[in-house]
Design a protein. Sequence first.
Length: 206
Amino acid sequence: MSNIKKIFTDGLFDKNPILVQLLGTCATLAVTTSVSNGLAMGLSTTAVLIFSNVFISLLRKFIPGEVRIASYVVVISGFVTAIELLIKAFLPEINKSQGVFIPLIVVNCIILSRAESFASKNSVLYSALDGVSMGAGFTLALVIVSAIREIIGSGTFLGMRILPDSYEPALIFIMSAGAFFTLAFVVAGMNKILSAIKKKSQKEGK
């Protein structure tokens, strides 16, 4: 039970792929202009993480060490292609808004790093849970960043207007510069929270 708890706390907080490890920042900066875009990218990446982790864990004893990275990329690209085709077939609007970034999940450092550092060394159950936790942490970070950008930059949330008509949107937040500013502040906030938690636990330990 303690191992499962650690897997989830790592994914959501201690080793959050975006807010702590700063992985997958390209997608983060590009697709977080709206919450719907951020949520779609997060869920797509989570699905790929879970399936690739499970598949790589199943094959970990059969993949030669010399070609393990190439093998991981083949597995990941297969699941990305499947997810992309499903989105094109059933969610054409999301496919249109995400553009090239769904296929680029193949080169997302989060997925390859979890395959190498976790799935290739752990059981199928733990690998699946790691995919869920890291995907949830990635999705959470995307939603936080995209919510800030959409609310301040457009005055809307999930496309619905939530600020008064008199509000003048700060358009910089839905531009590239706004993405950098927002991510920087969110990362700084996360570091502050984790630092405070660490200090509190150290004091309680004493």
